[in-house]
Design a protein around this ligand. Structure first.
Ligand code: EPU
Length: 438
């Protein structure tokens, strides 16, 4: 039995409807980081005791991963909206069910966590956002260095080791997922593991801090060399997840796009530096406080060039949102996607709203227009969906956004949060007569 809401049959019938033109105003509170939560919840498997995880975002991806642990036998209980208690000691078999695992990319973290705990794992091949080939060769390379072999049988990846022992892994590409998975597999392995060319994202540091709070010995997270001294046991802990850098960036860009004045609170300003710098270049005023930023637009938006890079570069997960903003900036902007092969599918949707963008491979050339117009559009993936909301808030007229289950995967209470800032935004069911009138 599922204890948290999962994808409903009706998801495709839901839409977000936005009447654009309202300037956003007020304060928005940022939730816990999705990409930290989806690593830390599987990491609980490694513990020999109960873990209390606080500041968990109430979003679909997190509910899915919590459900997976529950299905595997863990005792998962919700203390309140943002806190889960998880007792992994009841997990007996290192197998993750196909029907829910296949929906999310981060289910691959079960491989590292189960391997680290049981020296073997069977997990369905991961799903998640579709923007090109999503290989896991670097994850498997890391497992092999630790002594594990792998095979793929009927859609399941099996990894197994007689004995996990530390080793030296040099990642060929900077990969968040591979860094996480190797850390998970290595914390209880015998001896020392070194990961070179490791990812440096804030959620990597958060995962290391969580593991260390359970008694692990992980050093150097946040730099490109992570050293892990294996320990025999990990204890239960209480841990609070960092705020979501990308959710914060999304509200910052939305404030700018609508000419608003918004305080984005519960953030770590250091994590937002690359976004803040870009927005300032575009002409947006940003004041930084201890755990908040105030975003105001007083001038015209100016063109700029953006190239996505692993942290501390400009995050690929903010690329569609900043492109939506640049589509109404003066002049021609160039956006280069240097992380994923195919992350411009949303451009066709923005063009339906009047944006002038041409894409050649990994480069989008954006000719800024004076205004966008509402249109029926699709959320082609999670961040593309966020870009559609931003464009719709800034546009003239009404926008209907379909396929919003992508947005629900990663943004907590998105309609409520934007409404509280003064947006005219609502969630509808398409068989609702109001939707037909809109
Ligand atoms: N790559 C390989 N081999 C591998 C792994 C990755 O070649 O074994 C390549 C990928 O093809 C890609 C690049 O390395 O070109 C980076 O991939 P990475 O492994 O870093 O991505 P990921 O771990 O699958 C996480 C986030 C994504 C985010 C990327 C990049 C989670 C759950 N997902 O994915 O977040 O785009 O890092 O920062 O942490 C999102 O939140 O919207 C999202 C998609």
């Amino acid at each position: 039995m599922l204890i948290y809401p999962s994808y409903g049959e009706c998801c495709n019938l839901k839409q977000i409807v936005v009447n654009g033109g309202n300037r956003l105003n007020g304060t928005v509170h940022i939730s816990g980081a999705k990409n930290a939560a989806v690593a830390i919840i599987p990491a609980v498997i490694l513990s020999d005791g109960v873990c209390r995880i606080e500041n968990i975002p109430n979003i679909m991806d997190v509910n899915l991963i919590a459900n997976i642990l529950h299905e595997m036998g863990a005792r998962v209980s919700r203390v309140n909206k943002t806190t889960l208690d998880i007792d992994p000691t009841y997990i007996r078999r290192p197998v993750a069910a196909y029907d829910i695992v296949r929906r999310m990319r981060a289910s691959s973290y079960l491989l590292g966590a189960l391997l680290g705990k049981f020296s073997e794992a069977q997990v369905a091949l991961p799903g998640g956002c579709d923007f090109g080939v999503r290989p896991i060769d670097q994850h498997l390379k890391g497992f092999a260095v630790l002594g594990a072999t792998h095979s793929v049988v009927q859609g399941m990846i099996n990894v197994k080791a007689d004995r996990l022992t530390g080793g030296h892994v040099y990642l060929d590409v900077v990969s968040v997922g591979a860094t996480v998975n190797i850390m998970l597999a290595a914390v209880r392995a015998e001896g020392r593991t070194i990961i070179e060319n490791a990812a440096k994202e804030p959620h990597i540091v958060d995962l290391a801090n969580f593991l260390n709070s359970m008694g692990a010995d992980v050093r150097g997270a946040g730099t490109d060399v992570i050293k892990i001294n294996g320990v025999k046991h990990l204890n239960g802990t209480t841990y609070s997840i960092i705020p979501d850098q990308i959710e914060a960036g999304t509200y910052m860009v939305a404030a700018a796009a609508t000419g608003g004045d918004v305080i984005v609170s519960n953030v770590i300003t250091k994590h937002l530096e690359s976004i803040t710098a870009k927005l300032r270049e575009i002409g947006v005023q940003i004041d930084e406080y201890e755990d908040a930023v105030r975003v105001r637009r007083t001038d015209e938006l100016r063109r700029c060039n953006v190239k996505t890079m692993p942290h501390p570069g400009f995050p690929t997960d903010m690329q569609p949102q900043i492109a939506a903003l640049l589509s109404i900036a003066q002049g021609t902007s160039i956006v280069t996607e240097a992380v994923w092969d195919n992350r411009f599918r949303y451009v066709e949707e923005l063009k339906r709203m009047g944006a002038v963008i041409s894409v050649d491979g990994k480069v989008a050339v954006i000719e800024g227009v004076k205004e966008l117009n509402g249109a029926p559009v699709k959320a082609t993936d999670l961040r593309a969906g966020a870009a559609m909301i931003i464009a719709a808030l800034a546009a003239k007229g009404t926008t209907h956004i379909e396929d919003i289950e992508h947005i629900e995967r990663g943004y907590e209470d998105v309609v409520e949060k934007f409404s509280a800032l003064g947006a005219d935004i609502r969630l509808i069911y398409t068989d609702d007569p109001i939707a037909r009138r809109a």
